[in-house]
Design a protein around this ligand. Structure first.
Ligand code: F6P
Length: 363
């Protein structure tokens, strides 16, 4: 092992720089050269997007949000949006070019930091012969193979702080505040922040909701003399018999739909059904920003260190996973297959119900 390359792909998450720091520091101590591919795989396609990363280059980046390498969620080399001479965007497979450049540069290993989409791409390159190691990242915390992904704790802290702040204004105005948080197919951010931030109603993708039950909870609050309520709704939540709300694909080359709108819809339903003064807000990308919490920094640093140890051991086509109390290596193919969702029978959901939070299903 002499020369490795790191990339960050998909949506950013607090802690990406901490992983980069740990990889560069650990690899440099072993005498390896480290490079960074900017904006996902761009560094493999354009020499200007490939940077050498030394120990000095990463000094002090651990507490900084985002990624010093930049990222993209429309940079899949197997389906890359490329403008042609007429200015039209065409989807092109540039994976062979990436492989050729990887070999030409003499890299021995690629450490790919990303969510399920980026890890799927990494696995496809592993099948083509690239020695790849995956590091799991997503604020949604929706990968089954690892107990936690970094970025989640910071996102939950941001959402909880926002809920704390909304209590006083909701109370002052006797209002219902509906807060839409991120979480496409998994409601971890909504559940953790909702319980910790004193929500009255939490709506998750895993439990389709009934507006009758939601309004009943708000009306009960009124009858008990509490004239304000806080509703937390995950962007991927849907009404019973309804659909997830999306805003289309957005930019060319995106694999995922842009979700959003469910918070405003729930607020409007509440207004119409029980006539309560209601406001909605979308926390959106605030949840992805800022300095990582201590928990996320430590987890990200441990992931980075473990990834380099895996490279040293030649354990490729695997993802580093936190399986408390240890770090372990999970085959990438397995890691991308299983999504982690909230179990409606879990103690956290039961705790929410025990303390009087409505999960929208009338139970
Ligand atoms: O997967 C992480 C995530 O933050 C989702 O919760 C959200 O739907 C999506 O990324 C938003 O992506 P974009 O940065 O393209 O708006």
């Amino acid at each position: 092992m002499r020369k490795i390359v790191i990339s960050t792909g998909g949506g950013d998450a607090p802690g990406l720089n901490a992983v980069i720091f740990a990889v560069v520091k650990s690899a440099s101590r072993l005498g390896w050269e480290v490079y960074g591919s900017k904006h996902g795989y761009k560094g493999f396609l354009d020499p200007d997007e490939l940077v050498r990363l030394t120990s000095d280059d990463v000094e002090g980046i651990t507490p900084i949000g985002g990624t010093i390498l930049g990222t993209t969620n429309k940079g899949n080399p197997f389906a890359m949006p490329v403008p042609n001479l007429a200015g039209e965007v065409q989807i092109v497979d540039v994976s062979e070019r990436v492989m050729a450049s990887f070999r030409r540069m003499g890299f021995d290993c690629h450490i790919a930091i990303g969510g399920d989409g980026s890890l799927d791409i990494a696995h496809r390159f592993a099948l083509m012969g690239m020695p790849v190691i995956g590091v799991p990242k997503t604020i949604d915390n929706d990968l089954e193979a690892t107990d936690r992904t970094f970025g989640f704790d910071t996102a939950v802290s941001t959402a909880t702080e926002a809920l704390d702040k909304l209590h006083s204004t909701a109370k002052s105005h006797d209002r219902v505040m509906v807060v839409e948080v991120m979480g496409r197919e998994s409601g971890w951010i909504a559940l953790y922040s909702g319980i910790s931030g004193g929500a009255d109603v939490i709506l998750l993708p895993e439990i389709p909701f009934d507006m009758e039950a939601v309004c009943r909870k708000i009306t009960e609050n009124e009858l008990h003399g509490k004239h304000y309520s806080i509703v937390v709704v995950a962007e991927g939540a849907k009404a019973q018999g309804g659909q997830v709300m999306n805003r289309g694909k957005g930019e060319a080359g995106r694999a995922e739909m842009l979700l959003g709108g469910i918070g405003e819809w729930v607020a409007e339903e509440i207004r119409q059904r029980i006539g309560k003064d209601t406001r909605s807000l979308v926390l959106g990308h605030l949840q992805r920003g800022g300095s990582p919490t201590t928990f996320d920094r430590l987890l990200a640093l441990r992931f980075g260190g473990a990834a380099v140890r895996m490279a040293e051991a030649g354990q490729f086509d695997h993802m580093v996973a936190w399986t408390p109390p240890t770090m372990s290596a999970v085959p990438l193919e397995e890691a991308i297959r299983r999504r982690k969702q909230v179990d409606p029978a879990s103690d956290k959901v039961l705790t929410a119900r025990s303390i009087g939070i409505c999960l929208g299903d009338g139970e």
